[in-house]
Write a protein that binds this ligand. Structure first.
Ligand SMILES: *Cc1c(COP(=O)(O)O)cnc(C)c1O
Length: 920
């Protein structure tokens, strides 16, 4: 048996459930072919059929009847009949054809007890596929009755239904959870009270996970069990609609606050049609895309435009002999859907009151936020909006120096004082990890010691980082709130928007953690927990003590204020620049006006309609199929990781860095090593996700190519130019591969074949070139892998730009430095290869950066305006062999602020007399 218990426990088995399933069907088909040719005995076919196992029960197709038909043919030695049916089923599963072709459900020559009703391919006007989903039905009815119950739901189908579904029946809580995890097509759940707790199947891993979370599960009564199941399902897949059918006093149940997660509570003996209609309506509520729906209607209307947007309606394009190809390329709808009007239901992004407002509200529901703002200028703009809305001049913001440039520029614009904190360095790859919580706490505690805690408004971090480091968002927020209970958090989740749809990743998103903290705040036990810790810590705990303690905030004092920005276009089906700001802020009403000002400051007054529509549609997709898509993205990543690791030749030259390589041991208290490490089970990963300070997003893969003799940039170029493979970021010796919701297993195959080809070429070259070539290769690898420059920490702001910073804290007045550089006569240039550079660093006058200097890669600012240049900075820049350095012209040199010109500046900046000195 391939699916032993150990297999079932491995993470990769868990995440590859869908493709594991198609593989097993493919295997069955192959063996059936051999049987038909007489090359395999019947027993082998029987074994392969058994192999499909219990998992088939969690899927509507092929269903018990077709499986029975297969068994029947096996029993009757009908090898050809078996082959034909196995082939058809296997194909239908791989292609998904059964979702719209009713013929797939029939065993043809077998007279089914219950002929499957229509899943019509066409309906009324044109060939429109009705989207298909599955409804999980949890029932106390004996298994023998399930087929007729499923048939009953089928009989309720009406021609005017917009969607079509099949019911899957299970009898226990455990099976219901398994089905929801394993079957991404499930979109709705009907729970009939009275079902069992335990599965008839062996589900030890699931049981251990459930047991850890709900130790009292055995003791709960029926009604409670239903609510527990609902809660469990919602924790895994919050988008599912849940219907509860009870035969007790439903009015009372409906009033139970815990029933809030249930879409509708119904009386069990009510008409099944009522349930059927409710289920379809629930799907419709997610399918609906108010802005996009209206935009389509708008495009169909005959409209004469007298506004300034010549391409609207496309006439200027299609009538032109010169630019008609643009029209042909994009199609007429693009032009029909272009408008600068905010009437005709198109609503205004800047002041939404109609369907954009509704679309945003639906996005808020989907993403677990209280408010969502659509942004059509990328997360670069979203970040600037949030910073401007919440931060005033002089406020202190603690932020990762390594964050996206929009944050730094946002602080320049708002006049805030950045307090840069450092991520842990990963020198061997010339990249940074994420900022340790201890560093963040220390920043807050140091500011408190300086009497400046009241000036700190925000902690601003990137989650996950470009390279895949995920914060323990909940822990970071809780511990920071223990020091300052009204701190605002901005989580830049540019890459991580999709994570909402994975139960593994969700608790580590800003909104997921905020929801958990909110639940904790409501729990009376939280106050007890806080008071206990307060007593333990005593009157005046030392900074070290506080750093060593996992701090509990005072639930009565906490104001939970969480903002997340995400580049919807980076991880979901939005058009480039489509971005969202998610808000969960108890004090939002106090900043709402400011927030709107920030929108007015940064948003274009001509937002793109197609972009807004794509944000609307991206939300719809994630709510209806996001779970399966994200599961697939993770599966693809694990596939790539495994193939690279086990291939004898590829692994000689390439490797993908595991969780252990990306996250230093001290931040992995769970002991989790890597997704593919031997003996790793998916419950280990769950624990790592829950406990560890940082964990790794499996979909972000650092592929080391230095060991194949390539630096990141040239390897990226090679993949693009010769193999049509695009990758994202590079470092000195690695490239970043990323899987997302659009990848398939063919993409994996392509990538692996390319890596193999390149490995083969290296082998051949080394053989041909003999010793000399091998030596040169080894030297190149050594240089790429070992001669890596140290990553320079943020040095400090020059005295002139420390504003009223604390004696010992490093915050600074970046804005004054930025604008000081506008006066050309206050600036000077110095080439980094000049000896003057070193002399001045040693003897002065200080070198003060006039601008941001950002090399790509790695893409973080090694200098910010007002920062003092040190030997570390210069050494790093000298060693850096990249072509693109923003803010630096090689021929002219570094742009610096002349220290003597700053005297007047300084007295201006420090005119408030609060200035304290610091050695420069
Ligand atoms: C890409 C990115 C941004 C900017 O997002 P755009 O949508 O490209 O404007 C901000 N922060 C991080 C971490 C990013 O990766």
């Amino acid at each position: 048996m391939a699916s032993t218990l150990e297999d079932a426990r491995s993470i990769d088995h868990f995440f590859s459930a869908p493709s594991g399933r198609t593989d097993r069907w493919r295997d069955l088909h192959a063996i059936a072919r051999f049987w038909a040719k007489g090359a395999q005995p019947k027993q082998a076919v029987g074994a392969a059929l058994d192999e499909l196992g219990a998992m088939e029960e969690f899927h509507a197709f092929p269903g018990g009847e077709l499986i029975a038909a297969l068994r029947e043919r096996l029993k009757n030695e009908d090898a050809n009949g078996f082959l034909a049916l196995a082939k058809r089923i296997s194909l239908a599963i791989i292609t998904g054809n059964y979702k719209h072709d009713s013929k797939e459900w029939q065993a043809v020559d077998l007279s089914l007890a219950e002929p499957v009703d229509v899943l019509p391919a066409t309906l009324g006007e044109g060939a429109v596929h009705r989207p298909y989903f599955e409804m999980l039905t949890v029932t106390p009815a004996p298994a023998g009755r399930w087929p007729s119950m499923a048939a009953e739901f089928r009989r309720l189908r009406r021609a005017e239904d917009t969607f079509v579904y099949e019911a899957i029946l299970v009898g226990s809580l455990e099976d219901a959870i398994c089905a929801a995890v394993l079957n991404p097509d499930i979109a709705a759940v009907a729970i009939y009270e009275g079902f069992a707790l335990r599965s008839a199947h062996d589900a030890p891993v699931l049981r251990s996970v459930l047991a850890a979370q709900q130790p009292l599960l055995d003791k709960v009564d029926e009604a409670d069990l239903a609510l527990r199941l609902a809660a469990g399902l919602k924790a895994i897949r919050p988008e599912l609609d849940i219907y509860l059918l009870s035969d007790r006093r439903v009015e009372k149940l409906a009033g139970d606050p815990r029933a809030a997660m249930i879409r509708r509570v119904m009386y069990q003996i009510e008409e099944p049609l009522e349930l059927h209609l409710s289920v379809l309506e629930g799907i419709k509520a997610r399918f609906e895309t108010p802005f996009f729906d209206n935009l389509k209607l708008y495009a169909q209307r005959p409209i004469a435009t007298f506004h300034a947007l010549p391409i609207a309606r496309g006439k200027s394009v299609f009538r032109s002999p010169w630019i008609r190809d643009m029209g042909q390329f994009y199609g007429i709808n693009l032009f029909l859907a272009e408008s600068s009007a905010t009437t005709g239901g198109l609503d205004s992004l800047l002041e939404p009151t109609g369907n954009i407002k509704r679309s945003q509200e639906m996005a808020a529901r989907a993403f677990g936020a209280e408010h969502v703002f659509f942004v059509t200028n990328g997360t670069s703009t979203s970040n600037k909006m949030v910073l401007q809305a919440l931060i005033a001049p002089g406020d202190i913001v603690i932020l990762d120096r390594n964050c996206h440039k929009s944050h730094h520029y946002g602080l320049v614009l708002s006049g805030a004082q950045p307090f840069y904190v450092e991520a842990f360095p990963m020198v061997e790859f010339s990249m940074y990890g994420a900022v340790p919580l201890r560093t963040i706490k220390k920043a807050l505690l140091d500011l408190e010691a300086e009497g400046r805690l009241d000036r700190v408004k925000m902690v601003d971090l990137t989650n996950c980082t470009f390279d895949g480091h995920i914060y323990n968002t909940r822990r970071v927020m809780e511990e920071c709130l223990a020091i300052k209970p009204d701190l605002i958090f901005l989580w830049d989740e540019a890459w991580f928007g999709f994570a909402r749809w994975s139960p593994f990743l969700r608790p580590r998103t800003a909104m997921g953690a905020a929801a958990d903290i909110e639940a904790w705040l409501r729990d009376p036990a939280s106050v007890v927990q806080y008071e206990r810790q307060r007593k333990e810590l005593g009157g005046k705990p030392s900074i070290d003590k506080l750093l060593d303690t996992r701090l509990v905030p005072d639930p009565r004092a906490v104001r939970l204020r969480v903002y997340q920005t995400n580049s919807t276009h980076k991880s979901m089906s939005a058009i480039r620049q489509g971005s969202m700001v998610l808000v969960k802020d108890v004090d939002f009403n106090k900043v709402e006006a400011q927030f709107h000002e920030a929108v007015f400051t940064h948003a274009s007054t001509s937002p793109n309609q197609q972009l807004i529509a794509s944000l609307d549609v991206a939300r719809r997709q994630m709510e209806l199929e996001g779970y399966g898509l994200v599961m697939n993205a993770i599966e693809v990543a694990l596939d790539i990781r495994r193939e690279v690791a086990i291939h004898p030749l590829i692994s000689k030259y390439f490797r993908i860095v595991g969780a252990d390589g990306m996250v230093p041991k001290e931040y992995r208290s769970s002991g989790f090593v890597d997704f593919l490490a031997p003996d790793t089970r998916w419950d280990d990963q769950l624990r790592s996700m829950r406990e560890d300070e940082f964990c790794l997003d499996p979909t972000r893969m650092t592929l080391v190519c230095g060991t194949a003799g390539f630096d990141g940039t040239s390897f990226k170029g090679l993949l693009a130019a010769q193999y049509n493979i695009q990758v994202n970021k590079t470092s000195r010796n690695s490239v970043l591969l990323q899987s997302n919701i659009n990848n398939t297993r063919s993409d994996v195959a392509l990538l692996i074949s390319v890596l193999l080809k390149i490995s083969n070429e290296i082998e051949a070259r080394l053989q041909r070139g003999g010793e000399a070539e091998q030596k040169a290769f080894a030297a190149r690898v050594h240089s790429l892998m070992n001669e890596v420059p140290d990553l320079p920490d943020f040095s400090h702001f020059h005295d002139a730009f420390r504003g009223d910073a604390g004696e010992t804290t490093p915050e600074g007045d970046i804005r004054s430095a930025f604008f000081a550089a506008y006066a050309e006569k206050q600036c000077e240039y110095l080439r980094i290869d000049s000896p003057d550079c070193d002399r001045r660093i040693d003897k002065g006058p200080a070198l003060i950066s006039a601008s941001f200097v950002i090399p790509y890669p790695p893409g973080f600012p090694i200098l910010v305006p007002g920062q003092v240049v040190t030997h570390e900075t210069i050494t790093f820049m000298r060693k850096l062999d990249v072509k693109e350095i923003h803010g630096y012209e090689k021929a002219k040199g570094l742009k610096l602020l002349k220290p003597d010109a700053l005297i007047s500046k300084k007295s201006h900046v420090t005119g408030n007399g609060r200035k304290k000195s610091q050695a420069a």
